[in-house]
Design a protein around this ligand. Sequence first.
Ligand SMILES: [Fe+2]
Length: 195
Amino acid sequence: MGGPSRHGGGQPGTVAVVVSKDAARQLAESELAGALPARWQHVQAVAAQAQRLSALPAVVGDLLVAAAWLHDIGYAPDLLDTGFHPIDGGRFLRKLGADDRLACLVAHHSCAVYEARVRGLENVLLAEFPQEASPTYDALVFCDLTTGPAGEPVTYVERMKEIRDRYGPDHEVTRALELSEADLSACCERTLARL
Ligand SMILES: [Fe+2]
């Protein structure tokens, strides 16, 4: 079945564990395909977009693709913890022993820190998961924001409008979007400039 593969020795929890692209896909499929089929459609398209961008300059391609497969895994009902999917996904990957950079990318995907703030979870997120600013992070944001909820390709401007319309003006997601929009746009613009 090919779960996360362990490299090196030492005590459990201290070994470096690399989640390969294939293991990431299998993990995402097992948690999302049956439980949340529409979300699974979206995730497959985000991963395909990540694969296309994986050779961009300064992007760590395998990490980007693994993070794309896993970015929404925290929506899986089995993984419910805080109820905030970036943290729940990051914690799940940590418990599996996934490498920390991957867990942190998932925990912070698409500028999650702003929604964490709206939900009163910013301190929890930042205490557990250091934030990464990098071309790989930018590309992950771009892939998520140029893929619609059913996997259709969209521009990031269309995607932000779609999110606003889907959740309505008072929802935490929409309020977070107001706070994060400038950062999200900057991630996308930097990625476009690297294409
Ligand atoms: Fe997503």
